[in-house]
Design a protein around this ligand. Sequence first.
Ligand code: SAM
Length: 540
Amino acid sequence: MVQIKDLLPAEAASAGAPFNGPHMDNSADWTSGYVVEVDYTHGYYRELSPVLIDFTLLVAGFEPPARGSGRYLELGMGQGLSANIHAAAVEGECVGVDFNPSHAANAMQLAQASGSGARFFDDSFAQFAGRDMGEFDYITLHGVWSWVSEENRDVLVDIIRHKVKVGGAVYISYNSLPGWASAMPLRHLLTLHGKLGRAGADGIVSSIDHAIEFGRKVAEVGARYYAATPGAKDRLDAIADQNRRYLAHEYFNLDWLPMYFSEINQRLSSAKLHFTASANLLDHVPGINTTAEQSALLAGVAHPVLRETVRDYILNQQFRKDLFTRGARRLADLDRQERLNDALVALTTPAADIAFDITAGLGALTLKQDIYGPLIESLSARDYAPKRLGDLAEDPSLKRIGGASLLEAVTVLVGAGHAHPAQPGAAVEKATPACARLNEHLVRRARVSEDVGFLASPVIGGGLQVSRFEQLFLLSRLGGADKPEQWAQFAWDVLQRQNQVLIKDGKPLAAPQDNLDELTRQATALEQRRLPLLRALRVA
Ligand SMILES: C[S@@+](CC[C@H](N)C(=O)[O-])C[C@H]1O[C@@H](n2cnc3c(N)ncnc32)[C@H](O)[C@@H]1O
């Protein structure tokens, strides 16, 4: 693993991250106890893409929203990377709300760069509920529900009730039970230490460090909680390695409440929503999630809410990503089949880099070479151009697989992040200029920051992971350089000007030539392995 090391003194190195001057005062009254001392990470979540939501609903056998004007609302959009990528890459009108003005300002800057017209508000949910914004085809909230107060959850339901169109879809993720049950006391201990034992801590990051250290001390003296809770100590160790900005928001909020699926379902039913599908496509393939015995038990549970709950018990699920619709309409089999035949899909991982090992409910699994080998080959044909599922089914090398198994294999590839549904050509053309502007902004930003690890693809209507170095190589390429050696030199100049060096295998690379060699190796890999795909997806 190669990272960046700052050679500046610690104080100078922290400029720009992770503490933000204006938010040092955690007592500001707009926060409702929500962590604002550190800004949230610049994450991208592809399940929020209307293109992926539509595909998932189709796979589950439900009618996706009639796009119409394609209005999209993200509640608590954080830094707004997902919202901005979707605003640039998918036709329609995008609105986002997040009461942290730093988050809203960042989101606005991205919207200005892409020219997508996306609008962002630094309103609280309660303020936003009072705005007359019309109705939306898609409302998404990722990483929000479990981390706000009961009062705010009521406001969220109210917003959804009044602002989702009939036939519209809602994506919601949340910490779920019973998966979280055993670790709840650990979270309690850490946050209580953050509140009552933070003497000597300088800011929230240091307070988190102290709390983790304290949690370890409690384990070391033989606390029976750890002995009685298999996995609790491992979780604490895993937490110790996680991004502090993520931890601040995940664990150290005043409000934090995992819920059972049935509770979420009940709350959203009051907004006339109907649970339609898990937003995680891998969940739609029973053979990789539950044993034959478990599947038979689930098949015998008639009530969908009880069935979904039993599934959570079987998998001990900690985090759910669900799709609800206002007015669920089941598609007739033939209708579903015809629409899936017309769906386009594209690889998002270079064919040679697709790992055949995936993790699903049943644990680690290996994909069957005789199905996935030819499928990946067909998907990479014609320079990775998106393929119609109906045409794939007719492909001589895939015909023997059969339609249902082929759809299942495509679902697995998309679910595992190696493929993505693609947009029709006209939509791709429309979205290309805004994506190009957003991507240019992001690759320029990569000169001074490694915050954003994604770029927008108009082809898939979503984002693609692109590392900081790859972004710097693409920036050099935008400037006209066409050789990996030139891209590497450019990236090295950028790093050198900021007194940064690469870290390889845990050690800083001291000699300039070692840095340059490593960057050249990576630039060559980009050119040989990834660039054809990035070109096909119009990211490069
Ligand atoms: C855990 S973050 C998730 C951000 C983003 N959805 C993501 O996944 O990257 C939750 C976000 O909700 C925002 N938030 C929390 N309470 C809020 C409220 N009452 N009104 C508006 N935004 C709120 C926070 O500022 C934060 O950006």
